[in-house]
Design a protein around this ligand. Structure first.
Ligand code: NDP
Length: 386
């Protein structure tokens, strides 16, 4: 039996890596739906190659263009948020959630409410909605499989161990492109420098998050929700080689780690065929050539975003939703060249200081807090830019 799969965010970095694996094993997978925001060409090409039945473009003004590109195929073109929900909750039993940002939250929730297996790359959705998302999965018999390489590594190391047997989780971080930079160098960092990740090839937003270490902060919150451990039992270690993808320390003192070359196709493949494994073209690890694996404590002075994310996790309530929304706006504004690199964590801190919202009790409340924060951070940016 072929596994029926859909990919939300099919034209992005994670989406195209997922397509690469699926196209190498067409006998194992049937593609039901693919989605994108604006990239009609990438979406239509992927739909043609895979024989997808539904292609959804979030930007409704591009529907006619998409329809023209899919003329003569059996693939239906659709657009807008209802169509995105349809793609998420359709007939596929396995859904890759690879939209970037909180924009992916409602489609992820639609897939969970339909009881699907959700391969979760879209960490911002889980950071924003937290327990509401894991509760929806439990209530509907849905499964969340972590795709983020660190959480996928932990998932592999846990291999069914109960939470009582775990003493702590250790998330590794490459340290990003500014790991060895001085504070003045970091302050002067340009968008081009920030997206040039030393080990991983990724979309622009997560690349900037890796450079500020906010990515590791979001992952800390993600790990808390996925594995049910409190902040004090989740550590972060800088590991510049990105070979050890994360570790689990058990109560007997044993530490298990998952290693591999930095290629997202490995964790994606693990989620695609879980509980089995599939072959991938990822480069094999040559430890003798690498020679040395290093580990260091993170520097919270040069990279305050990690400290803020931990505080938001410990504070709870609406703080993680605010942290994420403020960061999304600040990163987009930095990428547009309107603010400096160190203004990204500054704006997040400012947004966290002014936030007073209670914990959201529904997805509608999460979205309202997200929108309100975006507006507030937009106003802070205008005030800075004038
Ligand atoms: P990209 O920017 O490369 O791709 C994002 C995808 O989402 C694209 O298909 C894009 O469509 C679509 N999209 C963007 N905005 C919207 C929107 N408002 N509505 C609907 N679709 C939208 O991102 P990545 O692939 O790098 O990352 C995706 C997610 O996975 C992020 O949450 C990231 O943190 C996470 N992740 C990524 C890793 C990586 O290696 N890249 C590793 C681990 C996690 P279009 O192309 O048309 O713009």
């Amino acid at each position: 039996m072929k596994r029926r799969v859909s990919i939300l965010g099919a034209t992005g970095s994670v989406g195209t890596s997922t397509l690469d694996l699926i196209e190498r094993s067409p006998e194992r997978f049937e593609v039901i739906a693919l989605t994108a925001a604006t990239d009609t060409r990438g979406l239509a090409d992927a739909a043609r190659r895979t024989g997808a039945r539904l292609a959804v473009i979030a930007d409704s003004s591009r529907l006619t263009e998409l329809e023209a590109m899919l003329a003569g195929t059996d693939c239906r073109a659709a657009a807008g948020s209802d169509a995105l929900m349809e793609a998420a909750a359709g007939e596929a039993e396995w859904v890759m959630a690879a939209i970037v940002g909180c924009a992916g939250l409602e489609p992820v929730m639609a897939a969970l409410e339909a009881g699907r297996t959700v391969a979760l790359a879209n960490k911002e959705a889980l950071v924003s909605a937290g327990a509401l998302m894991t509760e929806a999965a439990a209530r509907n018999g849905a499964t969340i499989l972590p795709v983020d390489s660190e959480h996928n590594a932990i998932f592999q190391c846990l291999a069914g161990s109960s939470r009582e047997q775990v003493s702590k989780l250790i998330l590794t971080a490459s340290g990003g492109p500014f790991r060895t930079s001085t504070e003045p160098e970091i302050r002067a960092a340009t968008p081009a420098q920030a997206v040039a990740h030393p080990n991983w090839s990724m979309g622009a937003k997560i690349s900037v998050d890796s450079a500020t270490l906010m990515n590791k902060g979001l992952e800390l919150i993600e790990a808390h929700h996925l594995f049910g451990l409190p902040s004090e039992r989740i550590e972060v270690l800088i590991h510049p080689q990105s070979v050890v993808h994360s570790l689990v320390e058990f109560i007997d003192g044993s530490v298990l780690a998952q290693l591999g070359s930095p290629d997202m196709r490995v964790p994606i493949a693990f989620a695609l065929t879980w509980p089995e494994r599939m072959a991938t073209p990822a480069e094999r690890l040559k430890l003798a050539q690498i020679g040395k694996l290093e580990f260091q404590e993170p520097d919270l002075q040069r990279f305050p975003a990690l400290r803020m994310a931990r505080q938001a996790l410990e504070q709870g309530g609406a703080a993680p939703t605010v942290l994420n929304a403020a960061n999304e706006v600040a990163v987009a504004t930095f990428l547009a060249g309107r603010i400096g690199f160190t203004e990204v964590p500054e704006l997040v801190e400012q947004a966290l200081e002014r936030q007073t919202s209670l914990a959201p009790s529904s997805i509608e409340e999460v979205i309202a807090i997200d929108l309100e924060t975006r507006k507030a951070v937009g106003a802070m940016i205008e005030a800075r830019c004038h």
